[in-house]
Design a protein around this ligand. Structure first.
Ligand code: 7TS
Length: 417
C-alpha cells in the first residue's frame, strides 16, 4: 500500500486550505465552463497574490539594474534582490550567502555544475545517476561524458519506483567522481533517502548534486543536514516566478570552480591582457539577472514559511492517501510509482486508453493533469509504458478536487466503454 511519508507530516499543524485558496487568484477561474481543478503542480505551481504583487511593485516603484548604479532606485533594487539571497540561505539552511548562486532554474544550475565543476573530470572517471532522473539531470552529464571521456553509470529502481540502495552502493567506486540524484522524482513521486546516499557517496570520494526541483515545495530542506555538495531548485515549482532558480554549493567547491559564463558582474577587472573574477557568488552570475523573478522568489519563500512546510507536507500527505485509495479501487487503473516514501504525485495508466485521451477528456471537465513522459523517458521505459497520466498536488488542493479527478476518470471510462 502507498503510505504518504515523512515523520514531519505526522505532528504538523493544520492547514486552512479554503483560506489559502483565497491567496491564489487563478484558482477562481473556470476552464471549459467548469471550475479549474489544477493538478499539474509538478510542472509548475500557481502563484499567490503576494508573489504577483512583489514583482508588480518592483516594476512599478523601483525598477533599476542592480549592483551597478549609485542612484537610489538601483540601491533599492540591489537591496531587495540581495535580501532574497539571505532568505534562500536561511530557507535551505546553507551556512553562508556566498553559497547561494541565482540561476534561471534547476536546468541551468545543473548545467552550470556540469560545465564548471565538470572540468576536473577525466577520461575513465565515472558519474553515477539514478534511473528515476528528470532529463535535466541526465543530459548535462551525457554532454560532460562526451567532452571528458567520463562514463555515465545508472543505479536502477525497483518495481515500486524506489532506488535499489545495494545496487547504488555497488556502483560507487574509486572512479566515481560525481553523483547526481533527485530528492523527489517528478514522474513517480519517490523520495530518496538523500542523507544516507550522500554519506555513501562521500565515503567513496564522490561529490553529490541533489536535484531538489520537486522536493523543495513539499519537504523541509536542510542542506547542512543532508551534507550534499550541490543542491538545485527552481522558483516556479515553489509558488514563485519562472526564470529564477538556485544553485547551492559548498563554499570550497565554488571557490575551486572556474566561471560558467563570462560577462558583466562576474569580473573584478577586465583588460585585453586578461580578466579576474569577482567574489562569490557573483563569479557565477554573469549579466543582468531576473531581478523581478528573484524578488518574487523571496515573496514565495515568505509565503510557504508562513503556511509552514510541515503543514504543507501533512496536507499533501492526506491528499495523496485519499487519492491513492480511490486509485486502488478504480477499475483498470495501474499506479506507476508506489514507493513507501512518496510525495504528492499520482502517476498512472488506464488499461486500453492512451494517457493523452485521458488528459483531453479531463481537461474538458476543467481538470488539469499532465500526460506524457514527464521528461523522464527512462522511467517510462522501465515500466514499459509510452506515457502516464500524472496528477500532482499542492498546498491549495482539496479532497473535493481529488473527487473531481476520479469523477472525470469515470467519464473517460464511460466514453471508452
Ligand atoms: N528536475 C526535476 C525533478 C523536475 O521535476 C524538473 C521539472 C526539472 C528538474 C527541471 O526544472 P526546470 O524548472 O529547470 O524546468 N519538471 C517538470 C515536470 O515534471 N513537468 O514539467 C516540468
Amino acid at each position: 500500500m502507498v503510505t504518504a511519508v515523512n515523520s514531519v507530516a505526522q505532528q504538523a499543524p493544520v492547514l486552512d486550505v479554503m483560506r489559502r485558496r483565497q491567496d491564489f487568484p487563478i484558482l477562481h477561474r473556470e476552464v471549459h465552463q467548469h471550475p479549474l481543478v489544477y493538478l499539474d503542480n509538478a510542472a509548475t505551481s500557481q502563484k499567490p497574490w503576494s508573489v504577483i504583487e512583489a514583482e508588480r511593485h518592483y516594476y512599478a516603484h523601483y525598477n533599476a539594474n542592480i549592483h551597478r548604479g549609485i542612484h537610489h532606485l538601483s540601491q533599492e533594487a540591489t537591496d531587495a534582490y540581495e535580501a532574497v539571497r539571505d532568505k534562500v540561505r536561511d530557507f535551505i539552511h546553507a551556512s553562508s550567502r556566498e553559497e547561494i548562486v541565482f540561476t534561471r532554474g534547476t536546468t541551468e544550475a545543473i548545467n552550470l555544475v556540469a560545465s564548471s565543476y565538470g572540468q576536473c573530470l577525466q577520461a575513465g572517471d565515472e558519474i553515477l545517476i539514478t534511473e528515476m532522473e528528470h532529463h535535466s539531470n541526465i543530459v548535462p552529464w551525457q554532454l560532460l561524458c562526451q567532452r571528458s571521456g567520463a562514463v555515465l553509470r545508472v543505479a536502477p529502481i525497483d518495481d515500486a519506483g524506489q532506488l535499489i540502495i545495494e545496487q547504488f552502493a555497488g556502483l560507487l567506486g574509486p572512479r566515481t567522481r560525481l553523483v547526481g540524484l533527485t530528492h523527489m522524482s517528478n514522474a513517480l513521486g519517490s523520495i530518496n533517502p538523500v542523507k544516507a546516499l550522500v554519506e555513501l557517496a562521500h565515503r567513496s570520494g564522490a561529490v553529490v548534486l541533489v536535484d531538489g526541483a520537486q522536493a523543495v515545495a513539499h519537504l523541509p530542506v536542510d542542506v547542512a543536514d543532508l551534507d550534499c555538495d550541490f543542491y538545485v531548485f527552481s522558483g516556479h515549482k515553489l509558488y514563485g516566478p519562472t526564470g529564477i532558480g538556485v544553485l547551492y554549493a559548498k563554499l570550497a567547491r565554488l571557490e575551486a570552480m572556474p566561471p560558467y559564463q563570462g560577462g558583466g558582474d562576474m569580473i573584478k577587472s577586465v583588460s585585453f591582457a586578461g580578466s579576474t573574477w569577482n567574489d562569490l557568488p557573483y563569479k557565477f552570475e554573469a549579466g543582468t539577472p531576473n531581478i523581478a523573478g528573484g524578488i518574487g522568489l523571496g515573496a514565495a519563500i515568505d509565503y510557504v514559511r508562513n503556511v509552514g512546510m510541515s503543514a504543507i507536507a501533512a496536507h499533501e500527505a492526506d491528499l495523496l492517501a485519499y487519492a491513492s485509495a480511490q486509485a486502488k479501487a478504480f477499475p483498470g487503473l495501474s499506479q506507476i510509482g508506489t514507493a513507501r516514501d512518496k510525495g504528492a504525485i499520482l502517476s498512472f495508466t488506464l488499461a486500453g486508453i492512451h494517457p493523452h485521451d485521458v488528459g483531453t477528456i479531463l481537461d474538458a471537465q476543467g481538470v488539469a493533469v499532465r500526460t506524457g513522459h514527464h521528461c523522464a523517458m527512462p522511467v517510462m521505459e522501465r515500466y514499459g509504458v509510452p506515457a502516464t497520466v500524472r496528477a500532482s498536488f499542492a498546498l491549495y488542493n482539496t479532497r473535493p478536487e481529488v473527487d473531481a479527478l476520479f469523477h472525470g476518470l469515470a467519464k473517460v471510462r464511460e466514453i471508452f466503454g
